[in-house]
Design a protein around this ligand. Structure first.
Ligand code: PEP
Ligand code: MN
Length: 337
């Protein structure tokens, strides 16, 4: 349910409405807008008579949100969400790039990648310290030491860090190291983890489960938001289909319906979406055209020597070429890059 306050509602009227919602054993979520305050209500609202709230002073109207996802829905929050970061915001008007190796392999390569990205006007570096690998016998990531490396590189260069959290056990350490906490495709429905990052004070990049519907994906975002963390960025990374010409099927067709149903920014990961570096640039360009808010790209100083996902990683010259093409195209789509 959404309570829309009158444009001139006072602070004490708003506080009274928040208290009234809590007294019904429901959770109020204040959603400040440009002209008026709205208050989202989550919990079991089915039995609540909206009339009891509508009569309160300062309330304009009460609207039932029909979708199962509430805080993630456009019904509750018509304006696009902007995720502010020290390095520039993610959301409307911008096309944000996040790039870096699949895994942290050593300090020199993270430092080198950070310097390269900053020289090229890219302010967010991705790299995994905890890696969800299909085989237990392959490189599992550097763990805490990988986080320490990224913290040092951030301190030296100022680059923002995007890194994956795989379990609640390492949540404090990842939250401290990251500017954006990545939740991977395999954990999109790890509800304990979603609840934990719902309490985090860092934005969450929520990858789509490899066989998740749009509704399931938005319900996963809802878990994070229900915990009070409204800074969720969705990321399409390809889904499982019968196709075997690429690692996954990058589902760019999900972007327009996702934008229609939700106000959250949506990024695309064409690296995992295709699995082959030759296919990454065309799908990156297509993501921009489809309305994505940015890209998550795997790049590596020497992709053929990468400890994970080298086949889909661009080398630095290929990334630079793609960046030039994206910059030219971004203005056509009214985006800043
Ligand atoms: C990654 O970003 O390196 C990764 C493991 O991604 P996904 O969860 O999409 O497979
Ligand atoms: Mn990877």
């Amino acid at each position: 349910m959404l309570v829309v306050m009158q444009a001139g509602a006072t602070t004490s009227q708003i506080e009274h409405v928040l208290a009234a919602i809590e007294s019904l054993q429901l959770t109020p979520h204040p959603l400040p807008g440009a002209t008026r305050m709205a208050i989202g209500i989550t919990g079991n609202t089915a039995a609540v008579d909206s009339g009891t709230i509508e009569v309160l002073d300062g309330v304009k109207e009460c609207i039932r949100v029909t979708k199962p996802f509430k805080l993630a829905s456009r019904e509750m929050h018509p304006a696009d969400t902007v995720v502010p970061l020290p390095t520039g915001s993610i959301g409307p008007g911008n096309f944000t790039l996040i790039a870096g190796p699949c895994s942290v392999e050593n300090e020199a390569m993270i430092q080198q990648t950070a310097e390269f990205l900053l020289e090229n006007g890219v302010y967010l570096l991705r790299a995994g310290a905890f890696k969800p690998r299909t085989s237990p016998y392959t490189f599992q990531g550097m763990g805490i030491e990988g986080l320490e490396i990224m913290k040092r590189v951030r301190a030296r260069t100022g680059i923002g860090i995007v890194t994956e959290l795989m379990d609640t056990e390492n949540a404090d350490a990842v939250e401290e190291a990251a500017d954006i906490i990545q939740i991977g495709t395999r954990n999109m429905q790890n509800f304990a983890l979603l609840k934990r990052v719902g309490r985090a004070r860092k934005p969450v990049l929520l990858k789509r489960g490899m066989s998740a519907t749009l509704e399931e994906w938005l319900m996963a975002a809802e878990y994070v938001m229900a915990g009070g963390n409204y800074q969720v960025i969705l990321c399409e990374r390809g889904v499982r289909t019968f196709s075997d010409h690429s690692r996954n099927t990058l589902d760019l067709s999900v972007i327009p319906p996702c934008k229609a149903l939700s106000h959250l920014p949506v990024m695309v990961d064409p690296s995992h979406g295709t699995g082959r570096r030759a296919y990454v640039p065309p799908m990156a360009m297509a993501s921009l055209a489809a309305g994505a808010d940015g890209l998550l790209l795997e790049i590596h100083p020497t992709p053929d020597k990468a400890m994970s996902d080298g086949a889909q990683s661009l080398d630095f010259p290929a990334f630079k070429k793609l960046l030039d093409q994206l910059r030219q195209a971004a203005s056509i789509f009214g985006r800043r890059l």
